[in-house]
Design a protein around this ligand. Structure first.
Ligand SMILES: Nc1ncnc2c1ncn2[C@@H]1O[C@H](COP(=O)(O)OP(=O)(O)OP(=O)(O)O)[C@@H](O)[C@H]1O
Ligand SMILES: [Mg+2]
Length: 410
């Protein structure tokens, strides 16, 4: 692009944006980074967590807790809040208690994940950089020596723990959370695990399960009134006064409550609507901005899931969608139909098709990658027997947009 064109775009979009008064005055309050002072509508869950964690204050071992629930139901927020309260209490009462928060997912899908998580825990506790090349067993020994030497009790929070369990040998995990029974004079390690479902527990053997011996606390999706309260606080802090009406907030809350009850989604839609209003130099957020934000959010989040997939995964998604839009009722397509379409697409793109078995496995993986967007189940066709059927939950218009995106990006 010629230099003068770039300068022109810069002036139109960036410079004028900088000069303009925007209706979002503080975007921080519309992000995940900000931790609200008060957590709304999670009294039951927080009181259970505090009740079970209380023994730590007296230096007893607290029971292991597993928090679970759909996305955006305040699980991470609740433990961050708990961590903050524990830190405050330790400072005021000079208690020898520390907490460590680790998000297991950021350590990826590798067998070495546990090693890096342990390094993270140790460096958070000791506030030192851990030298390279140190072995897992040495890390664990160092962790326990530190705890003993400093005479502290530690609460470790493993967020998105399902990814850790899936990626590590169960024994490693068992080792970490139960070894303090044998090594330390008292039980000094307590642990909270967080995940969307408890399905991963099925993958553990009986011995691991019994040593986990965890108390489970479920988080439910928010209803419309609760989402409204959460949005109201954010809107007041993030926007100029009077630019987001209560009707707008109620509309977003009702839409998200019907769809998922996910507070993150509600906040993102509010942010996106605000951005759209700002981009148009509008002096308030209108219903049109909200509707565009809802449409954009849904499509964007699906596309951002599929764009990182491998070529064959993309071809499977494309096969499902192209078969699905042929159906009037937009219902399920069978595995055979998907495979046929997939082989046609492979020849179109000059690729060698993978075997039926591999495609079956990839469809299973897609179930995890695409979450609620994808449904797979066994359907009975009377005398024709039972068949595996698949559906991607997008309406026809969005399906066409995703098909176009995939066709342009394979
Ligand atoms: N009760 C609440 N009050 C205020 N804000 C909330 C509340 N619940 C959730 N939020 C906000 O919604 C967003 C999502 O919450 P959080 O990260 O705790 O969800 P989560 O249950 O951990 O979801 P995931 O399973 O996807 O990790 C965050 O920005 C959080 O601050
Ligand atoms: Mg979370």
């Amino acid at each position: 692009m010629p230099e003068h064109k770039i300068t022109e775009f810069f002036n139109i979009y960036i410079e004028s944006f900088l000069k303009r008064k925007t209706i979002i005055k503080n975007p921080l309050y519309l992000s995940d980074i900000w931790i609200p002072e008060q957590i709304k509508h999670r009294d039951r869950e927080l009181s259970l967590i505090f009740q079970y964690i209380a023994p730590i204050i007296k230096r007893f071992k607290a029971p292991n807790l597993l928090l679970y629930g759909p996305t955006g139901t305040g699980k991470t927020l609740s433990v961050k809040y708990l961590g903050k309260q524990l830190d405050n209490l330790s400072t005021i009462k000079k208690l020898l208690i520390k907490h460590v928060y680790v998000n297991c997912r950021i350590y990826g899908n590798k067998s070495s994940s546990l090693y890096y998580i342990l390094r993270d825990i140790l460096s958070q506790l000791t506030k030192k950089v851990i030298k390279d090349g140190i072995k897992t067993t040495d890390l664990i020994n160092e962790l326990f020596s530190y705890i003993q030497e400093k005479d502290i009790s530690v609460l470790i929070i493993f967020d998105e723990i399902d990814s850790l369990i899936k990626n590590t040998k169960e024994d490693d995990f068992l080792y970490l959370i139960t070894r303090d029974d044998h090594v330390l004079d008292r039980n000094r390690l307590s642990f909270i695990g967080i995940s969307n479902t408890l399905d991963y527990l099925k993958d553990l053997d009986a011995r691991t399960l019994s040593s986990l011996n965890a108390i489970k606390i479920g988080f439910k999706p928010y209803n419309a009134l609760q989402l409204y309260d959460i949005l109201k606080e954010r809107a007041c802090l993030a926007f100029e006064e009077g630019v987001v009406s209560d009707d707008i907030l109620r509309y977003i809350a009702a839409w998200v409550a019907r769809e998922s009850g996910d507070a993150r989604k509600a906040i993102s839609i509010l942010r996106l609507a605000g951005n759209l209003a700002d981009a148009e130099s509008s002096d308030r957020v209108t219903m049109k901005h909200v509707e565009r934000a809802i449409e954009g959010y849904d499509l964007d989040s699906f596309i951002s899931e599929v764009e990182t997939l491998s070529t064959h995964h993309k071809l499977i998604v494309l096969s499902i969608l192209e078969e699905q839009i042929k159906l009037d009722d937009h219902s399920f397509v069978s595995f055979t139909e998907i495979y046929e379409r997939y082989t046609q697409l492979c020849s179109e793109y000059g690729l060698r098709p993978l075997s039926k078995d591999s495609i079956g496995k990839k469809i299973k993986q897609l179930e995890t990658f695409l979450g609620d967007y994808m449904e797979v189940y066994i359907k009975s066709f009377g005398k024709y027997g039972r068949k595996k059927v698949v559906r991607i939950n997008l309406d026809k218009e969005k399906a066409y947009k995703v098909i176009k995106f995939l066709r342009d990006n394979i």
